[in-house]
Design a protein around this ligand. Structure first.
Ligand code: PTJ
Length: 270
C-alpha cells in the first residue's frame, strides 16, 4: 500500500511524511497497531521539544556511540516502529559499530517477524538475530513477549541499544548487568529513566547523527571511548531535557500572548 502524498508546501510536511512511513509500516505488518499510538506519543513529545536535535541529545548520542564502540558484545534491538522509520540507518550503524541486529517484539506475531526480517534484509542486513528459527533463551523477571531473546544476541550482549521501548525491559536488562542505551522522545518514560544512556530525540533525526559520530570515533582508543561514555550522567541529561521542554513551553506561551496582542491591535479581536 502506498502512502498519501503530502503537499510540498504543507507546513507540517516533514512530520506528516514520517507519519506516513509508520502507516505504511502498519499496512505491511511491520508496525503493531499499538505502534501507531506509540508514534503519536512520540510526535507529541517531539512537538514539546521544538522538533529539533538539542545539545543534550547530541551529548547523549556521542556517549551512546562511545559506549557501543567500546563494548565487548554490543547489540541493536529492533522493533516494528524502529524498522519502519529507520531500517537503512539501523543496518548502517550495526555495520559501523559491529553490533548485530536482533528482532525483539512486544506484540509478537510470526507475520510481523517475517515482515521486519524482509524489511531489514531489503535495507541491506546480512544477518538478523531473534527470528523463530534461532536458538533462544528467556530473560528472567520479564513476563512480556520481550523475554524471549536470541541466545547469541541480547542474552550474551553487554551493551544493548533499545530504540522506542515500552518500559518493561530496560530495568530487567540493567538488573542483568547490561548497559542499556535508549532512544526515546519522552524523557520521563520508565525506559528513559532507567536506561544507562538515554538519547532524547526522534530516531529519524538522531540515527544519521549517531552514524556520523561512529565514523568520527571509529579509530579512537578503547580507553578514550570508555572515558567518554563513563563521563555521561543520564540523570543530569534527562533533567536538562525536561527543563528544555519547560523553556520551550514558556516561550510558546509568550508568543501566544503576543499573537493575541497583534490580533487586538489589528482590530481582529475586540
Ligand atoms: O514492535 P513492537 O511489538 O515491539 O512494539 C513497539 C511499540 C513501540 C509499540 C512498543 O514498544 C510500545 O508500546 O512502546 P511505548 O510504550 O508506546 O513506548 C514507545 C516510546 O517511544 C514512547 O516513550 C514514545 O514517546 C517514544 N517514541 C515514539 N516515536 C518515537 C519515539 N522516540 C523516538 N523517536 C520516535 N520516532
Amino acid at each position: 500500500m502506498k502512502s498519501t502524498v503530502v503537499p510540498p508546501d504543507h507546513p507540517r510536511k516533514v512530520s506528516l511524511e514520517i507519519r506516513e512511513r509508520v502507516i505504511d509500516g502498519h499496512d505491511e505488518h511491520i508496525v503493531a497497531t499499538a505502534g501507531l499510538l506509540a508514534h503519536g506519543r512520540g510526535e507529541a513529545f517531539d512537538y514539546l521539544t521544538g522538533e529539533k536535535t538539542t545539545e543534550q541529545a547530541r551529548k547523549a548520542a556521542r556517549a551512546a556511540v562511545a559506549a557501543l564502540l567500546s563494548a565487548n558484545r554490543p547489540i541493536i534491538s529492533v522493533n516494528g516502529n524502529a524498522c519502519a522509520l529507520a531500517a537503512k540507518e539501523l543496518v548502517t550503524l550495526s555495520e559501523l559499530i559491529d553490533a548485530p541486529l536482533e528482532i525483539n517484539l512486544f506484540y509478537y506475531t510470526r507475520e510481523r517477524e517475517d515482515a521486519i526480517l524482509r524489511a531489514l534484509k531489503k535495507a541491506g542486513a546480512k544477518k538478523v538475530l531473534g527470528t523463530h528459527d534461532r536458538p533462544s533463551t528467556t530473560i528472567p523477571e520479564l513476563s512480556s513477549n520481550r523475554r524471549k531473546v536470541d541466545s547469541d544476541g541480547i542474552a550474551k550482549a553487554d551493551t544493548v541499544l533499545v530504540p522506542l521501548e515500552d518500559g518493561d525491559r530496560t530495568e530487567a536488562l540493567r538488573a542483568l548487568g547490561k548497559i542499556v542505551i535508549a532512544i526515546d522522545l519522552n524523557p520521563m518514560s520508565r525506559t528513559a529513566q532507567h536506561a544507562s544512556i538515554t538519547v532524547v530525540d526522534n530516531i529519524v533525526r538522531v540515527l544519521p547523527l549517531m552514524i556520523d559520530y561512529a565514523r568520527e570515533m571509529k579509530d579512537a582508543s578503547e580507553e578514550d571511548l570508555r572515558s567518554r561514555a563513563s563521563r555521561f550522567d543520564n540523570g543530569v541529561n534527562l533533567s536538562e531535557s525536561i527543563r528544555l521542554i519547560i523553556e520551550h513551553l514558556e516561550s510558546e506561551a509568550r508568543n501566544a500572548k503576543s499573537a493575541l496582542v497583534v490580533a487586538q491591535e489589528g482590530g481582529i479581536i475586540h
